[in-house]
Design a protein around this ligand. Structure first.
Ligand code: FRU
Length: 493
């Protein structure tokens, strides 16, 4: 049964899609049908198609009562909009259907597991969120919330822990058991991951605390994921209020790979904390295993700290990242754009030359590009400060700056047309050995993603620059050799 609230959201989407003068969007980075999106939800494969849902407020470009928007794809590059999947239409989720995940059941149905939010007044008179885990089961388009919701209620939080931060269930099947990984707040005020188990995905019991911050890895953790990558185990968490540490853990909202080991499925001994993406716009990553065995991750290309600036520039707000394949080498997780992107490459342009004064390279411009290059010193004694400017015209530019002496990469969108100062620059350490560096740059109109040294590091940044600014220039204070290959990307509509 489609509720009135869900029907309203679907009608609103239909009306928008029928409109002629729709706004210009990224070509292969997913946005919601209309309005606001945040976290990816329910990233899953169902009946041989990829499904991606997302936190969604169709009615305006700001966060509001959360629905689940829905898109499908055959290759994770070209997306098709599907009707809104969930609306906050029950008493227990009247204040929002928060983030969650999805899985195909053995009987061929698609199960969505999400967090219901209901505001209740406590005995001290304060109104607080009650967050519980719920299910909706369907056929890939229409989903019915189950009558036993919430299937994991606040009563099932182990005694002594916080009763209000309890959300973002990730459902995973291992052998014949379903597990649900949900975030919660330990009495010390920081995040922890609670694990529940079930034989039928409907009735659940508490199993264990998988890992916790202990106030070392940010405060509350959001949006967990958990998987094996070769001989390691990876727990993804998105901590709020992280303290800055060293040069590559920035304060604020973060997203980490917690890399560890353990014999049994739920044994997790954390060995390392690796920031996933060093740009200003990356949060709430979720992964999927493709049929050919690749672990692929997608995230929200945004940061909560900047969500209330420039929201009305388009008739949608926010984008997902490009899906990224994950690999692990010597305990470090590498990420590269999903290989399916290469099917859309055309118009190859190659250059092998020296860069010194600011210059354009013939055929290298545009706002939808897949470009890779390698830099090396011309004079082995001389370090360089290399600047690439993108989305450039007389008025605007976005800079990627590589400093071979300090061994850093900086993303700088101060002059991209943004009118607020928050998170306009990000600089982080990179490996530059003997002056050599490899970079891959993916631009999709309003998004920029860079992958350093075959994906050892990645950084994502949105820009709202006028689409006509499409120049690209290169400059270096000491001569460098560049070996560059650039493609346009086509047939994406
Ligand atoms: C993370 C998050 C989740 C929550 C959702 C609400 O970005 O705060 O923890 O479920 O967004 O939209």
């Amino acid at each position: 049964m489609i509720s009135k609230k869900l029907q309203e959201a679907r009608d609103y989407e239909k009306k928008y899609l029928a409109k002629d003068n729709k706004d210009i969007r990224p070509l292969f980075h997913l946005t919601g049908t209309v309005g606001w999106i945040n976290d990816p939800n329910g990233f899953s494969r169902y009946k041989d198609t990829y499904h991606l849902f997302y936190q969604y407020h169709p009615y305006c470009n700001h966060w509001g009562p959360m629905h689940w928007g829905h898109s499908t794809s055959e290759d994770l590059i070209k997306w098709e909009y599907q009707p809104c999947a969930l609306a906050p239409d029950e008493d227990y989720d009247q204040d929002g259907c928060f983030s969650g995940s999805a899985i195909e059941l053995d009987d061929g149905r698609h199960l969505l597991m999400y967090t219901s939010v209901e505001k209740r007044q406590d005995s001290d008179g304060v109104v607080r969120d009650y967050q519980q885990q719920c299910l909706a089961i369907g056929d890939g388009i229409d989903y019915e919330k189950v009558s036993s919701n919430p299937v994991i209620s606040t009563d099932m939080i182990p005694a002594g822990n916080d009763l209000h931060d309890f959300r973002d269930p990730k459902i995973i099947k291992n052998n014949d058991t379903y597990y649900c990984f949900a975030i919660n707040r330990h009495p010390d005020g920081s995040g922890q991951i609670l694990v529940y188990e079930s034989k039928d995905a409907i009735s659940w019991k508490f199993n264990k605390v998988l890992d916790r911050s202990d106030n070392q890895v940010g405060r509350i953790w959001e949006c967990p994921d958990y998987f094996e990558l070769d001989d390691k185990k990876v727990l993804i968490v998105s901590p709020q209020e992280t303290e800055g540490k060293g040069d590559n853990i920035f304060p604020g909202f973060n997203n980490f790979f917690l890399v560890g080991e353990g014999k049994e499925f739920l044994d997790f001994n954390r060995q390392a904390v690796q920031p996933i993406d060093l740009g200003p716009d990356f949060y709430a990553a979720q992964t999927i295993l493709t049929p050919d065995g690749r672990r692929v991750m997608i995230a929200w290309m945004q940061n909560w700290e900047t969500v209330n600036f420039g929201n009305d520039a388009h008739d949608y707000y926010s984008t997902m990242t490009i899906p990224r394949e994950l690999k692990i080498k010597e305990g470090h997780v590498y990420q590269t754009p999903i290989k399916e992107l290469e099917n859309y490459r055309k118009c190859e342009v190659k250059h092998s030359c020296e860069i010194f004064e600011e210059q354009q390279l013939a055929g290298v411009s545009g706002r939808v590009i897949d470009m890779s290059f390698e830099l090396s010193k011309v004079d082995s004694e001389k370090d360089y400060l290399f600047t690439m400017k993108l989305a450039k015209n007389d008025r605007y530019e976005t800079r990627v700056i590589i400093d071979s002496r300090r061994k850093t990469l900086k993303l700088d969108r101060r002059n991209s047309g943004m009118r607020y100062s928050a998170l306009s620059e990000r600089e982080f350490p990179i490996d530059i050995v003997d002056g050599k560096l490899k970079l891959r740059v993916i631009m999709d109109r309003f998004t920029l993603e860079v992958f350093v040294n075959d994906g050892k590091q990645a950084a994502s940044m949105k820009i709202d620059t006028d689409i006509t600014a499409d120049g690209i220039t290169f400059q270096s204070d000491e001569k460098v050799n560049i070996d560059l290959i650039k493609f346009e990307l086509s047939d994406l509509n």
